[in-house]
Design a protein around this ligand. Structure first.
Ligand code: ZN
Length: 317
């Protein structure tokens, strides 16, 4: 019995020693010279940089976040009290950009915007900005309409239209398709400003979501900037409507058109004629209702006519 145990121990000891030598030889091969040491290439990864386009914004305006030096492994976390519609990041140049639209209902005050870039489980960059929303007064407008016109603005009709407009804005082109500032799509006087508080037959209605351009029936309507047509059809409230996707979550919409002259799915260039001014849907006379959204948030189209969202990024490169 004792002999067996001793033999077993000797065998085990020999086995451990031999396998140890084998594994040592496998793992530790001592290089003969320094030149034989395998060179590990360290990728020249830059530290991400977080940039904000503005620190003061008007209701109806927008601001841009740009992240420079981002890798595919990075996770971007964004927290802001400023928008309900969470800004989305898209590739641009050698980084990522996100545009945040400020609703006309945003109250004056200070809001937080915190961006964090996580890389391999660490915080590679972080920035917390305090964004100031400036005060802006919106005028009131009183409209008198007939019972037949009012029935056209029913909840059922709004909901039916929304199915189509939400589908049109569900996807966006990753890269910006617009070039420079947006142009006013039709010649004419601006009859109703963006964000106006509307009373229809003395009843407070929704805020005016776009700009009304007063023009004669048949006046050409141009694409305010380059993009892809995502919707071109007759809707109940907005009549003949076109929605253009300009990429990176910017859309413009053209309502009450007399004629639709661009098909869904086609590409348009800035200035291309896409329709004619009319008075289809809920409308009291020929005009173009032109609106702009960042995702689902309506912004003042004039802010896109004044400033190209890419301007500050290109200036910083
Ligand atoms: Zn309008």
């Amino acid at each position: 019995m004792g002999k067996h145990i001793i033999r077993l121990f000797v065998f085990l000891a020999l086995f451990i020693a031999v396998s140890g030598i084998i594994s040592l030889q496998k793992e530790y091969v001592i290089p003969e010279s320094i030149d034989e040491v395998e060179k590990v290439e360290l990728s020249p990864e830059p530290e991400p940089e977080i940039m904000f386009s503005d620190l003061e914004i008007l209701p109806g305006g927008f601001f841009v976040i740009y992240l420079k030096g981002i890798t595919d492994r990075d996770e971007i976390l964004l927290y802001t009290t400023l928008t309900q519609d969470k800004p989305r990041f898209f590739s641009y140049s050698e980084g990522k950009l996100a545009i945040a639209g400020i609703s006309c209902r945003t109250k004056e005050g200070e809001y937080t915007c915190r961006v964090q870039v996580q890389r391999d489980g660490y915080i590679a960059a972080e920035r917390e900005g305090i964004l100031k929303v400036l005060p802006k007064e919106f005028e009131k407008q009183y409209l008198k309409v007939t019972a037949a016109q009012k029935s056209q603005r029913s909840n059922e009709n709004f909901n039916e239209d929304r199915v189509h407009t939400e589908r049109a804005r569900a996807e966006t082109w990753e890269k910006p398709l617009w070039e420079g500032v947006f142009l006013q799509p039709a010649e004419g006087r601006i009859s109703t400003e963006f964000g106006m508080i509307r009373y229809i037959n003395n009843e407070e209605s929704e805020r005016h979501s776009g700009l009304d351009i007063s023009a004669a029936r048949g006046t050409p309507v141009k694409a305010a900037n380059s993009g892809v047509i995502r919707l071109s059809m007759m809707l109940k409230v907005t009549g003949n409507t076109i929605i253009i996707d300009h990429g990176s979550n910017i859309y413009t919409s053209y309502a009450h058109l007399d004629k639709l002259l661009a098909e869904e799915g086609t590409e348009v260039r800035k200035g291309d004629i896409i329709g004619e001014v009319g008075s289809t849907g809920f409308s009291t006379g020929p005009h173009l209702h032109w609106s702009a959204t960042i995702g689902k948030t309506y912004i003042n189209p004039e802010s896109l006519m004044e400033k190209d969202p890419l301007e500050f990024i290109d200036a910083a490169q």
